[in-house]
Design a protein around this ligand. Structure first.
Ligand code: SF4
Length: 381
């Protein structure tokens, strides 16, 4: 299949999650909504169900979720609830609600109360001290609860073998996405920011084996192309999510390619694989324990500013000239990190801009001016 055909397929899927959900239900499969961050989707897959990513929406407006949420909750959380209330997600059989940040913790209870008997709401609390043995034990217990709830929905046990198989499927998928991210940098003339985003976003609305097969086909085609001689500028993107085609169009209009990303919705979720042998529940807990360099996770050595230096190094290694930080409004973890993030970028002489965004943004005039000016600055370096 040609690159163009494959890219169009990913674009269609990323733009039409409702169709994916309909198709899944029409095929007689159960579907579980998976909210950010770090839920063990492998368990859903092992149960023979479809994990369905819920990271807010670029087209909805907050309306009914106001009844449950404080106004200072980020739009990602509020719009996730909006879609559960307005019928968009009625076909789901359940949702998993992780509680990593100060918004998601109370939000998990808003989901529970608002959904009532409509669907199963599966609570997930990750351990703060994830790498310690007691953290791994706690995480295994939490994941055990999820397994039990999914078994109830399934009506039969989920075997260890099925979970180990799911881990292999997910490791393969993460590897393919990491490879795609690298190839997207080498072929940024073909994989524009909008196309790159669509390919990565489609993974949230497909069974991972089907997605991976398609992505591997795309990667194989990209590998046949000569590395492009990019005349524009390159940046690394950072933040929680930047999947809005209108915002990414500004990058394309200004010849800005994305060399790599530190975006939670994109590469941060695929950095770490799970061990493929032994107790599968421990393997999943170990995978979470090994997550690092993420503002959403506790870092006992935070005074060393390791994460910000990691991102600064990413900018250098990827060949980017600068970094664009998409700061979600009302996102405490990102806002609190910014001073140390800026310090590391300044020390490494990496120019950056910070753009305040939220998912209800419809006017990108200000962002357009800022990105255009940033591109001009980078092109002189
Ligand atoms: S955007 Fe920030 S505040 Fe909102 S759910 Fe994510 S981490 Fe929490």
């Amino acid at each position: 299949m040609s690159i163009e055909v494959l890219l169009n397929e990913f674009k269609e899927i990323a733009a039409n999650p409702a169709k994916q959900l309909n198709d899944c239900k029409a095929a007689g499969k159960k579907a579980i909504g998976v909210l950010p961050y770090f839920a063990p989707e492998e368990l859903v897959y092992a149960a023979g169900m479809m994990p369905f990513g819920i990271w807010g929406s670029n087209t909805k407006t907050i309306n009914r979720s106001k009844e449950y949420c404080a106004t200072f909750y980020c739009t990602i959380a509020q719009l996730a609830l909006e879609m559960l209330l307005d019928g968009t997600m009625d076909q789901l059989d359940g949702i998993i609600t992780p509680t990593i940040c100060d918004t998601l913790r109370p939000m998990s209870q808003n989901f529970r109360v608002s959904m009532g008997d409509k669907m199963k709401v599966i609570f997930l609390a990750h351990p703060q001290n994830r790498a310690k043995e007691y953290g791994i034990t706690f995480c295994m217990k939490q994941y055990g609860n999820i397994r039990k709830e999914l078994e109830e929905l399934k009506g039969s046990p989920i075997s260890d073998e099925a979970i180990l198989d799911a881990i292999k499927v997910y490791n393969k998928s993460r590897a393919a996405r990491r490879k795609f991210v690298k190839l997207a940098n080498e072929h940024c003339d073909v994989i524009t920011p909008i196309k790159r985003s669509a390919v990565l976003k489609a993974s949230y609305f497909m069974m991972k084996d089907v997605y991976t097969e398609k992505l591997e086909a795309l990667n194989a085609e990209l590998e046949k192309l000569p590395v492009c001689n990019w005349k524009g500028v390159k940046v690394v993107t950072s933040g929680i999510i930047c999947d809005n085609p209108k915002l990414l169009q500004i990058f394309e209009d200004n010849n800005i390619a994305i060399a790599a990303d530190d975006v939670a919705h994109e590469s941060r979720m695929i950095r770490v694989d799970a061990p493929e042998e032994g107790d599968p529940m421990r393997a999943l807990a170990q995978q979470f324990a090994m997550q690092d360099y993420d503002v959403l996770l506790y870092d006992p050595a935070s005074e060393q500013n390791r994460r910000a230096e990691f991102v600064a190094q990413m900018v250098k290694d990827s060949g980017a000239q600068g970094l664009v930080l998409f700061m979600q409004q009302f996102c405490d973890p990102e806002e609190m990190e910014y001073p140390s993030f800026k310090k590391a970028l300044d020390e490494a002489d990496i120019p950056h801009i910070k753009l305040g965004v939220d998912q209800q943004m419809r006017d990108f005039g200000q962002a357009s001016t800022a990105i255009q000016a940033f591109a001009d600055v980078l092109s002189t370096r």
